[in-house]
Structure formats: structure tokens, C-alpha cells
Design a protein around this ligand. Sequence first.
Ligand SMILES: [Zn+2]
Length: 440
Amino acid sequence: MISSELYRRIRSEVETIPLIDTHEHLMSEATRLAQPIDLFYWFSQYASSDLVSAGMSEETLQKLHDSQIPLDERWAEFAPFWVSVRTTGYGRTLLLAARDLFQVEDIAEHTYRVLSEKIAASNTGGWYHHVLKERANIELAIVDPLEDVDPTPLEEIDRRFFAPVIRMNDFIIPCNRLEISMLERRTGVTIHSLNDLLKAIDVALERAVAANVVGVKVATAYERSLFFEKAAQADAERVFNRVNRHPARYRADFEIGKHRPPVSWEEAIPLHDYLMHQVIQRAIEYHLPIQIHTGLQEGNGNFIANSNPLHLVNLLTEYREARFDLFHAGYPYQGEMATLAKNFPNAYVDLCWVHVISPWVARQALHEFIETVPANKILGFGGDYKFVEGAYAHSRIARDNVAEVLTEKVEAGYLTEDEAMGLAAKLLRENALQIFRLPV
Ligand SMILES: [Zn+2]
């Protein structure tokens, strides 16, 4: 099938589509230029989690990122695990990046030095333009800036490549006074009551809207369930008062048992539920879509059932006027995701991250979504990488997958070739332009 004339026609049409990439964590080029980069920079996410899953210790993983340690020493610790990780979707993506962007055929004993040198040498101005525009043909990427990756303020994000969203987690799930004081610093609002916290949320959103954000992002499925009950303000305020009086240090301290949290995750539920509803109501007022992480969490040892998108039904039911961009096809809950996007006019299914988690799952899911979900509500690509080489390789896999699935649909007599071409443009570009009301 892959070699058929039909596939070649569809694949070359798909190649010409300037992508609207619904989700990235890419740092600004200036931030990247300020860092030493080598091969192990590519193991700062995803493949790193597979290394741990394969048995690498967290300590060894940390060592990979210590550029003071000679590359050869790090390779020696890495190689026994890479043998197992190179075959996963994440591993394949890095091999593709090495081949396509650096003409290095493998990540192996005989190639790692030269690949690492080439990656280091690429760290010059203009690399983003080359990779994102010239090679990946990504016209615009919606970026969810992570503070630990890049502290660049929303106002200064490079609009040649990116349109930012504002990440609201810190406003929705505060757990102690330290976290609330950080919200004070971010917004300039003194917070002594739940109402003050709502004022801080207003200030953050007003500033973000003034900086032309194109959406709101919520990734709380790493910490808690996606079921946000409608909580009474009085219950939320009682929890807030307990959270805010605790002179806590870092949440990590609680996690390793140094301090007892004043309010457990379970006890904090009414506050966090309440704040989520408040954030959604404000996103609606500003006409901003709400991007929600559902499904697999990055890293290891997560509570996966927290992220089942079916937990969102009450929000989808109540907030009909919102646009919910539901991430990662809900993987491994693709069927549940299809059901939601089929039922609810405000639910959109987004395949960001999925083509690298498993190219095969992405194709299966796309087959299912095409048959179940109206064509205006499927978003076909979001790179979800911190580094541009990953975003590039992901875009190649996504284009291949879309072309392959559409070819199969035409060969099966399900779509005409014209319908397939129209669908490709919707999946990879037009739907995102419409949902995010992008100015391109
Ligand atoms: Zn992400």
C-alpha cells in the first residue's frame, strides 16, 4: 500500500500543507543558544522515561545531562538501556531526527560522537528557522511554555514561530502558602482570601489576553482526577483558608515526607474543583479554547486512571459555549475520547504527542476518529517537544500517518480521493486555524 501510486499522490499533497501545530513546549531559540547542547539533550523528555522504564536509575539519567562528565562515560552508562529503548516510538523519532537533520544513520557506538558534535554545532542562530520552517513546514506552533524549560514571558515569545497559551495549573491546584505567594509575585495581587485568588486569576488572564495568547492550558491530570465537581464557594473558601495559613516550603518536601501537607490532595478537592470551574468560566468570557491534558502522563509511575477523559463529562455538559481541545487522543482511552467528541459539540480531539507514543496507535485512532467524529473537530498534529529536532521528526511521522490512513480509506472505498485531500488539510491545518482563531 505504502508504495502505491495513490499513496504517493496523497503523501505529496500532505507534504505541501503548512502545519498548524497545536502543542509544543519549545524554548525560545535564544534560551537554547545559551545552553551547552549535546546528544543527551534529546533525552530530556519521553525517551528518558522509556530509559527509566527499561531499568535505568534516576541517578544515571541525571548523569546523562551533566556535561562535565565526558561523553564517552555517559555513553557507556546509556548504551545498555538504549538497546531496549531504540525500538519504541520515542526511540524511532530520535533515530529519524538523526538521519534526516544530521545525516547520521544510527545512534550507536560508532556514531554517537559525530552525532553529538553535529548537534552541538547546530546550536547557532537560524537553526529554528531551518528546522521548523524549512524542514518541517510548520507555519505556526501553539506553545505551552514550561517555566523550568524557558522563563521567557508570554509578551516576548517569538511570534514568527509560536502562538502561546497560558498554563493555569498553578492557579487551580495551589496546596500551600508558598505556592500562593508565588501567584502573588506573578500577578502583583496580595492574596488573603479566595476572592483575592480570583482577582489574581483575573489579572493573569487579562495580561495573557493583552499578550495575545490563543488559549488556556490545564495539565492537572498529573496531580489529580479530571473529575471537577461543582463545589460550593463556602467549601472552597474553607479549604483555601487552611491552605493559605501553612508556611510550607516546597511540595517536593511533602512528597519525600519531610513535611506533612496541611491539606491532603483529597481534602483540597473542593478548592481545586471550584477554581477549575472559575478558570473555565473566564476562558469562555475571553473566547479562549481550553486545552486539557488527558491520557498518558509524561514521566514514570503516574496514576493513569486520573487522566481518563470520561471524567470530563460534567464540564462538557455544563459549559456548552466553551471549546475544549482534548489532548493526546486520551491515549490509552482513544475510544472514550471518540465517544466524547462524537457526543459533545464543544469537545475536540487532538492527536498531539500520539504519533510518537505509538505511530500504530495514532493510525488506528485516526481511522476511528474519521469514522466517528465530525471532520471539523479532529486536530491531527501537535509535536509536544521541548527540542525542535523532536518536533521535526514528529511532524514527519504525523504526515506519513495521515497520508497512510487516508490512502487506506480511499482504497477501502470509504472516501473519495478528493474527500481525503480535503480531510488532510482540515486535520493538519484548517481545524486548528478555526478553533484557535489564528491570525495567519
Ligand atoms: Zn505537552
